[in-house]
Design a protein around this ligand. Structure first.
Ligand SMILES: [Zn+2]
Length: 113
């Protein structure tokens, strides 16, 4: 089954610009939900405090990527949401272990580095 999964994500990467952009889903919590739907980006917001942003690694390795957006965190990421609710993140995401994916998220789309 492994080969099918790799093929599936290979095709998804090629089709990235033809697929609907990832929209931001806001959950009222200080942590991410256990299950994160493919191609969605979750923002964990507790009251008026944003804690973290999470999504499945777009390479298909099935890892959940969690990026801290709370002010005190280091490292931390900035995000913005445009008028279509499409999120962008700054800086880029670079996984130093595992799949070592390196990409930007701009307007809900993954841009591979
Ligand atoms: Zn990955």
């Amino acid at each position: 089954m492994h080969i099918f999964r790799e093929l599936y994500f290979f095709i998804l990467r090629k089709l990235e610009h033809f697929l609907p952009a990832r929209r931001l889903i806001i959950v009222n919590d200080d942590s991410l939900p256990e299950k994160i739907p493919l191609r969605s980006i979750i923002l964990a917001r507790d009251g008026d405090e944003d804690w973290c942003i999470g999504f499945k690694c777009p390479c298909g390795c099935n890892r959940t990527i969690e990026l801290m957006v709370i002010d005190e965190a280091c490292p931390r990421w900035d995000y913005c949401i445009d008028h279509n609710r499409l999120p962008s993140l700054h800086p880029s995401v670079w996984l130093k272990d595992g799949c070592q994916s390196h990409f930007w998220i701009k307007k809900g789309r993954v841009i591979w580095v």
